[in-house]
Design a protein around this ligand. Sequence first.
Ligand SMILES: C[S@@+](CC[C@H](N)C(=O)[O-])C[C@H]1O[C@@H](n2cnc3c(N)ncnc32)[C@H](O)[C@@H]1O
Length: 456
Amino acid sequence: MDLPKEFIEKYQKLLGDEAEAFLASLDEKSVIGFRLNPLKRHYKDVDYDLTASVPFAQDGFIGKVSGRSLEHQAGYVYSQDLSAMYVAAVANAQPGDKVLDLCAAPGGKSTQLAEQLNNQGLLVSNEINTKRAKILAENMERIGAKNVIITNESPDNLAKVFKGYFDKIVVDAPCSGEGMFRKDHSAVKYWHKDYPAECAHRQKLILEEAMKMLKTGGELVYSTCTFAPEEDEQIVAWLLENYDLTLEPITKYDGMDSGRPEFADGNEDLTKTIRLMPHHFEGEGQFLAKLKFNGEAVSVAKKKAKKKKKSKTISADELDLWHKFVSDFSSQELNFADQDLRINGDYLYYYNKDWLDINKLKYVRPGLMLGTFKKNRFEPSYALALAVQEAAEENVIELSKDQWAEYVAGNIIFLSGNTRKNGWYLLRCEEKNFAFGKLVNGTIKNFFPKGLRFQA
Ligand SMILES: C[S@@+](CC[C@H](N)C(=O)[O-])C[C@H]1O[C@@H](n2cnc3c(N)ncnc32)[C@H](O)[C@@H]1O
């Protein structure tokens, strides 16, 4: 790989004897991994080799998964670099926590955080870039969590709503991306000697807003995929200097290096941070730190007793249609309380009444999308099919792998010798729920989202 001369000189100076091995490792291939999703039924029942598990990330494995497999489409697997897996593992969200993933797209950390929450608590998954926020929404939809809001906001707008609100915040910051050079050689062309300093400036702005949203006693996980001290140890030193934060120790597994105090202000506590360096560790380059906030939260966001502007509520007719769907479709998981149902345009969402009002924010998914009202009928959503795990057998149609491939490509399915009545069915293949389909006289009409169709 052609590395800029200034990059080489910088790391020769910083790493001394280690520099040669470090620079050479940027030309080597890294190990590829994936995670399984424990939110899914029979989640380990996948057609992938699970012998090489990753010791530091629950349900993490070494191996390659296909984006066109049933496992991927149904949200059972998520392809992820080994180093990236450690970030959310360190954040270690507990069921019931309120968690913010501030820089979330395409969703590696968010999918993992949602899995840790196990549908209890709340994950606000935010991405500032609208195009990337849509990709984030698609990836999160497959995971099938019921307690996720996806926003498309700047950190300062988000901080206006979620003051002192979160137990855990992950800032996987936009960075100079040096750790990605070996995976994506083209990333090198964006690098110039002042780039790390420019990124550090932006990282501080993001962290200032993140700190406004952290509860007293809450935890901040900061990570980058760069080796640049300006964006790593020096940012953590800046955080420690400006906020009442303490560094939490992080377990170091084989090949993980400590952060280097000499790269910042010499504070020995910086050894509690972690550097994943490609000449020692088999994943991509990554830096991470976990900090506990001991100070007083800015002010605590509370649910307003009276809403100034009333958002549209569900009408009696719509509620009837939803109740009819729930009574026809027997699954405990659809027993959402009526006061947790929200309407957005023609879409029906599950949005827990205890969550804060996000009407002033730009969002992509205000909760779990349940379906759409169309004239006098209700159509269950693709997101709901991926979120529901168990349903009565009478509501499920099991299809073959070939039929699954036909359906995800957008085709209708003919059921030979059909005796089932017309209506909505959860479609399942190899025990995995993968979509809803509408059965009409022995034919399953295709409701697979047009933009997501693919040839398996
Ligand atoms: C390293 S990536 C996040 C990767 C993601 N956490 C994952 O695991 O898939 C950083 C993200 O920060 C977003 N970003 C860029 N500028 C930002 C800003 N000023 N505030 C917040 N996020 C920003 C980028 O669009 C990008 O998606």
